[in-house]
Design a protein around this ligand. Structure first.
Ligand code: BMA
Length: 370
């Protein structure tokens, strides 16, 4: 069933090329800002959104409930038979030069799984819960409201932060196949900044400082030779309208994908937030010609046996999103999971979700780079 859908998607794709990839300004004469594969990925994400939406899961192939690091394993695949079309990974602690991430996944394993996802034709997205460069605390350390200012040019921690961006760049540049093809990824730093729980959050810096942070990041990556990233902007669900959503937006020349992060606590509130935020990104996506996505969501522990087809699907299917991504199945915190595993109460419903014509998994999108 899923294979038939893939064929339809590829056949339909040529007619959808009209949008074309967004062009970026070229900083160095003759040096393309992005590789051909990265441009192709952008073009294909646009096609995908016209066809259905990809399902994503954070750290999907790294670990799951009752396992850690098993070759080829995925809780999602164990339930429905296919890998997610989007897998996200977190680069927290790459800035420290550590060998493993803040969630204790070796960066060598993350690199390997990004390559595996590339070979499947699926998308990898990268978030970055980096440490607090001023206090030495973690990403959630909001004890000092001058951290962003301190890492911008002229700030006391600028030099240190430039070094962190070099380490980040080295990792992203190292995402290469045996043939030397750089694997394109979606980079989603500085997320959920419309809340104030990360040191780059709303109350911790001005809109101008936040935008500078983005530009400094992208410029440094570019100068360090990173040409295999698309950029995603993902506030929380706090913005009430398009003006609020765009208040800290770094600009169309930088951002490729716009989305939002929101989680279910009470169902009615979740649906209301979802609808409001989707309408906002749908409207901005159309006006600014951007891909839209639900960059993080989920219902911790998924206690609702019909959550996938009863809550998530009806909320997202009306909009041309490229993907919806749920957070991780933490092997070290057994109640902290967002995708089903065999025997989990919502597993059967997830198979129905998988079988829905609009949901796309790895086998449905196995050519995002061609
Ligand atoms: C949070 C939780 C944390 C984790 C962090 C980064 O939402 O899952 O346990 O360390 O994301 O992945």
């Amino acid at each position: 069933m899923k294979t038939l859908r893939l064929i339809t998607m590829i056949l339909a794709s040529n007619s959808l090329m009209a949008c074309g990839p967004a062009q970026k300004s070229q900083k160095d004469e003759g040096a393309p800002t992005r590789t051909a594969e990265t441009e192709q990925l952008l073009a294909n994400l646009k096609k995908v959104s016209a066809r259905g939406f990809m399902f994503g899961h954070h750290d999907d192939t790294n670990y799951g409930i009752g396992w850690d690091g098993d070759e080829g394993r995925s809780d999602v695949k164990s339930v429905c038979g296919d890998y997610p079309a989007v897998v996200s990974f977190d680069l927290g602690h790459i800035e420290l030069g550590d060998t493993a991430s803040l969630d204790n996944v070796p960066f060598s394993k993350i690199r390997k799984e990004i390559l595996n996802q590339y070979k499947r034709g699926g998308l990898s997205s990268l978030s970055w819960h980096l440490r607090n460069p001023k206090t030495g605390g973690d990403a959630w350390d909001v004890s000092d409201s001058t951290v962003v200012k301190s890492i911008l040019p002229g700030g006391a921690n600028h030099g240190k932060f430039v070094g962190w961006l070099e380490k980040l760049s080295t990792f992203i540049n190292s995402l290469q196949t045996e043939d030397g093809v750089k694997v394109p990824v979606l980079f989603r730093p500085w997320h959920e900044h419309t809340g104030s729980w990360f040191w780059w959050g709303e109350k911790l810096c001005t809109p101008e400082e936040y935008k500078q942070l983005w530009h400094m990041t992208a410029d440094a990556l570019h100068d360090n030779g990173v040409n295999n990233v698309l950029y995603a902007y993902s506030p929380g669900c706090e913005p009430q309208d398009t003006a609020q959503y765009l208040k800290r937006y770094p600009g169309d020349d930088l951002i490729d994908v716009i989305g939002f992060d929101t989680y279910q606590f009470d169902r009615d509130g979740y649906i209301a937030n979802f609808e409001k935020s989707l309408a906002i990104i749908d409207s901005i996506g159309k006006a600014h010609h951007k891909i839209i996505a639900i960059t993080e969501t989920g219902y911790e522990g998924i206690p609702d046996s019909k959550w996938w087809t009863g809550t998530l699907l009806p909320a997202v299917e009306k909009y041309p999103i490229a993907y919806v991504l749920v957070w991780r199945n933490a092997r070290e915190r057994v109640t902290h999971f967002y995708a089903p595993y065999p025997g989990q109460v919502s597993a059967e419903d997830f198979v129905d979700f998988y079988n829905h014509p609009k949901t796309l998994f790895a086998n449905d999108v196995n050519s995002l780079y061609k």
